[in-house]
Design a protein around this ligand. Structure first.
Ligand code: SF4
Ligand code: SF4
Length: 103
């Protein structure tokens, strides 16, 4: 399993359903649900599309994650990448998308 979907934060927008190249996510009662966790290969396509921060991506030990999770929220031009460590510590990277990718 590479991702976890927080049903409380999910707003049922279906962006993750459309983004998953493996067709692994479905909507049940207006909430996203992963159909076959073991088939998820961690491509992060759904993570990047979820503006509600409802998808948590597990950062593996191979990249120093040690149980940390990564999620994304977006409001207007401001995108926040949120890392929560195994100890509950939260780090936020804020990006103004209007000022990025100019090259
Ligand atoms: S993209 Fe996020 S908010 Fe939208 S349906 Fe998927 S998990 Fe829910
Ligand atoms: S990480 Fe990739 S393969 Fe896994 S559920 Fe999300 S979009 Fe699908």
């Amino acid at each position: 399993m590479s991702i976890r979907i927080n049903s409380i934060s999910c707003v049922g927008c279906k962006r993750c359903v459309e983004a998953c190249p493996g067709n692994l996510i479905k909507i049940v009662d207006n909430k996203a649900v992963i159909k076959r966790e073991k088939d998820c290969w961690g491509c992060t396509s759904c993570l990047k599309e979820c503006k509600a921060g409802a998808i948590e991506f597990f950062l593996g030990a191979d990249i120093g994650g040690k149980g940390s999770t990564l999620s994304v929220t977006e409001k207007g031009d401001i995108r926040e990448w949120i890392v929560i460590g195994p100890d509950g510590n939260k780090k936020t990277i804020t990006v103004n998308t209007k000022e990025s990718n100019k090259y």
